[in-house]
Write a protein that binds this ligand. Structure first.
Ligand SMILES: Cc1cc2nc3c(=O)[nH]c(=O)nc-3n(C[C@H](O)[C@H](O)[C@H](O)COP(=O)(O)OP(=O)(O)OC[C@H]3O[C@@H](n4cnc5c(N)ncnc54)[C@H](O)[C@@H]3O)c2cc1C
Length: 401
């Protein structure tokens, strides 16, 4: 039986992209989003060529290119001395090497651009303020009166649709917190490069800075161990929590410590990741994006993987991999193609989620290049970017450089 009508739960990167991808194949979608308004949630995103290539096919890349910036390079810098250690060329190099751009933008910019495209695409309907709890078929029937051929769980790290997939992943607090704030680009301290992505490596913590052209700011993300405030993004930090953040950067360059001390209204969110598990129920439900494989942000690949998932799912549903085929009468009917789709995708995404678990230099930038693309800046033994000590933290590596 062909798939004619798809319900997508969640209007994040995965859900909105999925609606656009299904529309290319003439498949109608209803998107259900619990938020009443898609506002400015989250932080900056690095959109790597594997994702921008798909965004180009969907026709949204020009709108993004007019708002984002493309860094010339991605730099590794010592958190202690602020010495440049190595860099990876990006900008024009990325375009010619990977055939697609590497862009920096705010998550809200990407989400709004995808939303505008969805709203202008026939066959895509979005239902805001429509939380889907419990059994999706029953919940959605109550909202639209429709039955759907396929339910796509694009509802993020704390997915409700996971409960419809036996053996699906569980989420696990990583023990780490991402702190985030922006500073005005014009008044940013001179040691912060305003044009590049800079990853600072230091003792037990990790800091990344890059420009967000749309808001003329630098996006700063610091990752340190911490206690989860629960299932929330963008929690506001109390004075005690700010003091804890500063103390975790003890041993870092005093300029970095001052930057954190002066941070205007830092927000933080707990980093959860999904364990291994099934992404489909063999019948009518499939998980994509963070719902399937929420990962640590060190590989800057969560949104990119969500976009890839959406694209490949629609491709398979539309033809290459038929989801339903006649079942023998003795067996319940089901979507026999779903396991194949999910298994194929899993074989791609699993090494990435694995890589994203570690903050080592090689994995943090694994998506950008093989090691041979890294250009060392300084020479001598101190130029090594190997971690010298491993601390008990499950993810953060102690770089003594
Ligand atoms: C600090 C940090 C930095 C990051 N940097 C990068 C980066 O540089 N590059 C990159 O590619 N990725 C990055 N990521 C990862 C990226 O943000 C996520 O992987 C991505 O947003 C996942 O998209 P998604 O659509 O799967 O989920 P989400 O964006 O979380 O969207 C899920 C949607 O579902 C809705 N929803 C939830 N429950 C329900 C329900 N019951 N009913 C209806 N709607 C519901 C939510 O409101 C939300 O709109 C970063 C993450 C962090 C934490």
């Amino acid at each position: 039986m062909p798939i004619n009508r798809v319900a997508i739960v969640g209007a994040g990167m995965a859900g909105l992209t999925a609606a656009l991808c299904f529309a290319r194949h003439g498949i109608a979608t209803d998107i259900f989003e619990e938020a009443a308004v898609l506002g400015e949630v989250g932080a900056g995103l690095q959109i790597t060529p594997n994702a921008s290539r798909i965004l180009a096919r969907l026709g949204v890349l020009p709108a993004l290119e007019s708002q984002w910036s493309e860094p010339d390079r991605i730099e590794l810098v010592s958190g202690r001395s602020l010495r440049n250690i190595a860099y990876l060329p990006a900008g024009n190099f990325a375009r010619s090497r990977w055939g697609a751009p590497y862009g920096l933008l705010h998550r809200a910019t990407l989400q709004q651009t995808l939303l505008a495209a969805v709203q202008n695409t026939p066959g895509c309907w979005i239902h805001l303020d429509s939380a889907v709890n419990g059994d999706p078929a029953a919940a959605l029937k109550a909202i639209t009166g429709e039955d759907y051929d396929l339910y796509v769980g694009a509802d993020g790290v704390w997915s409700n649709l996971r409960a419809s997939v036996p053996g699906s992943p569980e989420t696990d607090f990583s023990g780490n917190i991402a702190w985030r704030f922006t500073i005005d680009r014009k008044t940013a301290p001179s040691w912060l490069n305003r044009e590049t992505v800079t990853a600072f490596l230091g003792p037990s913590t990790h800091l990344v800075a890059y420009p967000l052209k749309e808001v003329d700011s630098l996006n700063i993300v610091a990752i340190a161990s911490g206690i989860s405030p629960g299932e929330t993004w963008d929690a506001e930090a109390s004075e005690a929590q700010r003091a804890m953040l500063r103390s975790q950067f003890r041993g870092w360059n005093s300029n970095v410590v001052r930057l954190l001390e002066d941070a205007p209204k830092p927000t933080f969110w707990p980093l959860y990741q999904a364990t291994n598990g099934r992404w489909q129920n063999g019948k009518d439900t499939v998980l994509i994006g963070d719902a399937a494989h929420a990962m640590m942000p060190f590989a800057a690949q969560g949104a990119a993987m969500a976009i890839e998932d959406a694209y490949l799912l629609a491709e398979r549903v539309a033809g290459a991999c038929p989801l339903r085929r006649p079942s023998p009468p003795s067996r319940p009917s089901g979507c026999h193609g779903l396991p194949r789709c999910a298994a194929g995708r899993s074989s791609i995404a699993s090494p990435i989620t694995h890589a994203a678990r570690s903050a080592s230099v090689a994995t943090w930038f694994w998506h950008c290049a093989r090691r041979s693309l890294w250009q060392p800046i300084s020479t001598g033994s101190t130029a090594s970017v190997r971690p010298e000590t491993r601390r008990p933290s499950r993810h953060l590596i102690h770089y003594n450089i």
